[in-house]
Ligand binder design. Structure first.
Ligand SMILES: O=C(O)[C@H](O)[C@@H](O)[C@H](O)[C@H](O)COP(=O)(O)O
Length: 239
């Protein structure tokens, strides 16, 4: 696990965009395609905008395939949809071929959408266990990541799969990758900035293991990178 701590969020985003481009180059050289699962929430918006501008001509976007590590059980046209945010900030500006974008089909209903997404993963990864080239994750101030929220049943799911569950904390159904599915990825990058995340970052990286309280502690992998600004890393003793 590697900590990348920068003075400002602008520097964090620039570093993660470069990391994204490098992971894409490696994957395309090796497998002629790059599979990436995007995070929802607000933090990735600026990353998407940077990729769509500075990296428009630096990545072979026609060989990139987009997925979502989690989705809200809302219509794909709803302002809370992670798909809609990515469409507006990344796919549309880059003119991404819609067949390269795997939105969670929430109109099917959460349970069926999770099963449907699993079928798409099985097909994309030729029946092998899904191993994304890169998964980008955010961190909630309550230490959740993707839709792995504290004290929920999905935290102990040992299958590398996509699950649907009602999350009382946000009063909605969510569809989410399980931790084992995330941990199968070649590269995992947390994108976290702002002082509001400092407590959660400390819990995840330095406090005792308690996955029910701090679900993002479940995330581990071959190449796990944290991209943080100083305010979000401000409570770490070891940095
Ligand atoms: O669907 C979601 O909300 C995300 O996948 C979630 O895990 C997000 O990354 C965190 O809640 C941080 O969100 P912000 O970036 O908005 O702080």
């Amino acid at each position: 696990m590697k900590l990348n701590i920068f003075k400002t969020d602008t520097e964090v985003l620039a570093a993660l965009a470069a990391y994204f481009a490098d992971a894409a180059k490696q994957a395309i050289e090796a497998r002629d395609r790059f599979s990436v699962a995007l995070s929802g929430g607000s933090s990735p918006k600026k990353l998407h905008e940077l990729l769509a501008s500075e990296y428009r001509d630096k990545i072979e976007w026609n060989k990139v395939y987009f997925f979502f590590g989690d989705e809200r059980d809302v219509p794909l046209t709803d302002s809370q949809s992670n798909y809609l945010m990515a469409k507006q900030t990344l796919f549309d500006p880059l003119g991404i071929d819609p067949s390269h974008v795997y939105a969670v089909q929430t109109p099917l209903g959460a349970e069926e959408a999770a099963k449907d997404y699993t079928r798409h993963l099985d097909h994309f990864f030729d029946g092998e266990s899904a191993s994304f080239d890169l998964i980008i994750l955010g961190l909630g101030d309550n230490s959740h990541t993707a839709s792995l929220f504290p004290h929920t049943s999905v935290l102990t799911d040992e299958s590398a799969s996509v699950q649907a569950l009602y999350i009382d904390e946000v009063k909605m159904n969510r569809i989410t990758f399980t931790a084992p599915l995330i941990n199968n990825a070649h590269h995992i990058a947390f994108l976290v900035y702002g002082a509001g995340k400092a407590e959660a970052v400390k819990h995840i990286l330095e406090d005792k293991k308690d996955i029910q309280e701090y679900p993002a502690q479940l995330i581990e992998g071959k190449d796990l990178q944290w991209f943080l600004d100083e305010p979000s890393a401000g409570k770490l003793a070891n940095k």
